[in-house]
Design a protein around this ligand. Structure first.
Ligand code: SAH
Ligand code: SF4
Length: 345
């Protein structure tokens, strides 16, 4: 049986150099290949024009450049594109491209599925299949860049899965995304969203990376939060807030609090007061997201007037708050929706 091919995307510069050294090649070939993979974003070895033919032949025989393949792309009227990617084991993940006037953002997945079981989330309903490798995480950005012709200015880890439940591969992917020899996207242009894995938040704060941390809070008291987010039974809101204060102290960065508004569940004026009280003294920005109801799920979207009332209450209290714009509504761009439709077809 032939040995499994070596997958190049997902390797650090040091790993590429080591591979080339074990092949008896000079170390600098590693940097040249990193440049073709992450800077020029080629999708075949033949394009690596400064690599000698004999080495290109070996690369073509023994390696694969990209671990992901685009299965389908859906284009929204607002410019958003949603990709369904397939991986080596035929697992499916989603990636979303969101162009705006001043920036372009790619929203990437970190796991196939998710084991966190949030009741409002399409990804959570299917459970966890497996973690993504660093290559599968990074390749989502490269596949989009191959399609749209340029790397994005921003990357958000808000697709399928819980980033902090895949910590090692997440950090390796961030290193490749951020490095000058890699995708060279500034660390301040990266946002990680977590459901509240407290040890991961503490660890991330200590890495001294300066990326933006977004936390899916969605309820300001333990009873309500535990009803919709099982992680709250492991790490309470009090522990979560403690870890966020620690993150702000360690990084001097403002955290983002995500609050998905669900009709008659967490959208009352009492809920708004609870939220204001909880966030007092935390350096944060609140992002309100009217829930995108999942089929058969228990939660529905509040009326616009209720969203405005909730927003007003937060603003009057002095909190920095905004409403997340809904993008790609016509192509089911919300978390987990495209895969769900694909599998049902
Ligand atoms: N697991 C991480 C990141 C992926 S989910 C997390 O939970 O933060 C990205 C964001 O989408 C989270 O804020 C999550 O709460 C939110 N989300 C999930 N399902 C949603 C839905 N149906 N409507 C609105 N937001 C949703
Ligand atoms: Fe997982 Fe995030 Fe969905 Fe919760 S909201 S199930 S943590 S992907």
């Amino acid at each position: 049986m032939l040995p499994a091919p070596i997958i190049l995307v997902g390797k650090t510069l040091g790993e590429l150099e080591n591979l080339l050294l074990t092949w008896g090649e000079p170390r600098y070939r590693g940097e040249q290949i990193a440049h073709w993979l992450y800077g020029q974003i080629v999708d075949d070895v033949g394009s690596m024009s400064n690599i000698p033919g004999i080495l290109r032949t070996r690369l073509a025989e023994e390696t694969v450049l990209h671990p992901a393949r685009v299965e389908t792309v859906r284009h929204s009227v607002d410019g958003t594109r949603k990709y369904l990617l397939s991986l080596g084991d035929e697992a499916l993940i989603e990636t979303v491209y969101i162009p705006e006037i001043s920036r372009t953002t790619v929203c990437i997945s970190t796991q196939v599925g998710c084991g966190m079981g949030c009741t409002f989330c399409a990804t959570g309903l299917g459970g966890l299949t497996r973690n993504l490798t660093s290559g599968e995480i990074v390749d989502q950005i490269l596949q989009v860049a191959l399609d749209v012709g340029a790397l994005p200015s921003n990357v958000v880890f808000m697709g399928m899965g819980e980033p902090l439940a895949n910590y090692e591969q997440l950090l390796k992917a961030i290193a490749i995304i951020n490095a000058p020899w890699g995708l060279d996207i500034g660390i301040r242009h990266l946002t990680i969203s977590t459901c509240g894995v407290v040890p991961g938040i503490r660890r991330l704060g200590k890495e001294g990376l300066g990326l933006t941390l977004a936390v899916s809070l969605h309820a300001a008291d333990d009873e309500k939060r535990s009803q919709i987010m099982p992680i709250n039974n492991i790490y309470s809101i009090g522990e979560l807030m403690g870890s966020l204060q620690g993150y702000v102290k360690d990084t001097s960065r403002r955290v983002t609090i995500e609050y998905a508004l669900m009709a008659d569940f967490n959208d009352s004026m009492a809920d708004a007061r609870n939220l204001v009280g909880l966030l007092e003294g935390l350096l944060c920005h609140v992002n309100l997201i009217p829930i995108n109801p999942v089929q058969g799920g228990p939660h529905t979207k509040p009326r616009d007037s209720q969203v405005e009332k909730f927003l007003g209450a937060l603003k009057r209290s002095g909190l920095a708050v905004s409403i997340r714009k809904e993008r790609g509504q016509d192509i089911a761009a919300a978390c987990g929706q495209l895969r769900g439709q694909w599998e049902a077809e």
